[in-house]
Design a protein around this ligand. Structure first.
Ligand code: SF4
Length: 421
């Protein structure tokens, strides 16, 4: 029996082998599969540190994932202890490569996208609807790593969605690099609105949330569909990245500040309780003080419910890498702190607007020190990107249970409430 420790979609393939036992800790493992990320400098460093850490514990390491797409040769020569490197395009033969690594002592079937062992909590799942990206934002390495935009067929997506529903998934989170572009490359005229309309027929899902909406692809039809269907969270995750038009142009982002403001106004007019989330990049090459002031002004004016910001990361192979007027790190850090400070006050004001509201959602956790539960509602996306809703209950609740919570107080990033019977 070979013990394997890892977290990734590949678990579904491994769990079908009789000779493999999946374990939760590195200590228990004979072999560890590490799913790397090569998106930005920080994630590259984290992936490399993880590999070095496991190698230093004398475990056999199999490295897979994005980082290899960009740096395989350098990685192979700098960390020769890694037993196997497998690029994304070779996942179809990952089973054979692992069999060879163990001299055919194990028998593993090929990856089957419909057999997944979810690493997410038992009530929720991510559903990927496309792969790759055609947008070519000048700072972004994802098109280099993931290739051109390719929609999954609607049949495949629905097959996977029905399997998830049958395994008690209630909360579906739709992801891709460019969710709103769905179907544009298919010949049958499919689009995100049609796909969502079909997914809404699966009654087991009590919440469907979309992540990564490109501003100019958010149609009136999509906003109207979300407005009319409470199962789709009125949660708009729109990474605007910046608001100053010259920087948007240099980033090769479509749209202007004026168009972004009109879009936000339209969403809030049609769906007054919509939650708007955005992300920014500060310190992009050539970002002047005026550009940054523009971003601060945009943030104060638009009052996003949630905002995340990152310092620009200079990535090999991207157009922005060679742009003049790269911004020094201390200036980037200062701008990041400033914009986060601006957002703190806005978040607090926005959060206070929810006091008195009864939110419906799912119990997602319990803290036995604070004796309080946490809730997922339309207000907060998974993976702690938006803050928490904490509440107390005088009786025991199950994780994944549907509850109603009345919000009683608000803090900068979190909300507090009480269970409504
Ligand atoms: S849309 Fe997103 S994934 Fe695509 S290039 Fe731009 S930042 Fe990268």
């Amino acid at each position: 029996m070979i013990k394997v420790g890892m977290i990734s979609m590949v678990l579904g393939m491994l769990k079908r082998s009789d000779n493999i036992e999946l374990v939760n800790t590195i200590e228990e493992s004979d072999v560890v599969i590490i799913n790397t990320c090569g998106f930005i400098e920080a994630s590259k460093q984290e992936s490399i540190e993880n590999i070095l850490d496991v190698v230093s514990q004398n475990k056999k390491v199999i490295a897979i994932g994005c980082l290899l797409e960009r740096y395989l040769d350098e990685l192979k020569s700098s960390i020769p202890e890694v037993a196997l490197w497998v690029k994304i395009k070779d996942y179809s033969t990952l089973n054979e490569k692992i069999e060879e690594l163990f001299n055919k002592e194990v028998k593993i079937e090929k990856i089957n996208p419909f057999v997944r062992l979810l690493a997410t909590p038992p009530y929720m799942a991510y559903l990927r609807i496309s792969e790759g990206c055609n947008n070519c934002c000048t700072y972004c390495a994802i098109p280099l790593i993931r290739g051109k935009f390719r929609s999954r067929s609607k049949e495949d997506i629905l097959k996977e969605a029905h399997l998830l529903a049958a395994s008690n998934i209630k909360e579906l989170v739709i992801i891709s690099q460019d969710t709103t572009r769905y179907g544009s490359d298919l010949s049958n005229g499919e689009n995100i609105v049609d796909l969502l309309s079909t997914l809404l027929e699966i009654k087991e899902f009590t919440s469907i949330r979309l992540l990564y909406l490109y501003p100019d692809e958010i149609t009136d039809d999509l906003i109207d569909l979300i407005a009319k269907n409470p199962v789709i969270s009125p949660y708009f995750d729109i990474p605007f990245q910046h608001s100053s038009n010259p920087i948007l142009k240099a980033m090769n982002r479509r749209g202007t500040r004026e168009e972004y403001e009109a879009l936000i106004d339209k969403i809030r007019t049609k769906i007054p309780h919509a939650i708007l989330r955005t992300t920014y990049i500060v310190g992009f090459p050539g970002e002047t003080d005026d550009d940054f002031v523009n971003l601060v002004d945009f943030t104060r004016k638009m009052k996003f419910d949630h905002m995340g910001a990152f310092k620009y990361s200079r990535e090999d192979g991207t157009k922005a890498y060679d742009m003049p007027n790269q911004i020094p790190e201390p200036l980037k850090a200062g701008r990041l702190n400033k914009i986060m400070d601006v957002q703190k006050k806005i978040s607090y004001e926005k959060n206070k607007e929810h006091i008195g509201e009864v939110m419906e959602g799912i119990v997602i956790g319990y803290n036995d020190k604070a004796l309080q539960y946490s809730l997922r509602s339309y207000w907060n996306a998974p993976d702690d990107i938006d803050g928490n809703i904490f509440f107390k209950s005088d009786h025991e609740l199950k994780i994944g249970e549907d509850v109603k919570v009345k919000i009683t107080s608000a803090f900068i990033y979190d909300l507090y409430g009480e269970l409504v019977e």
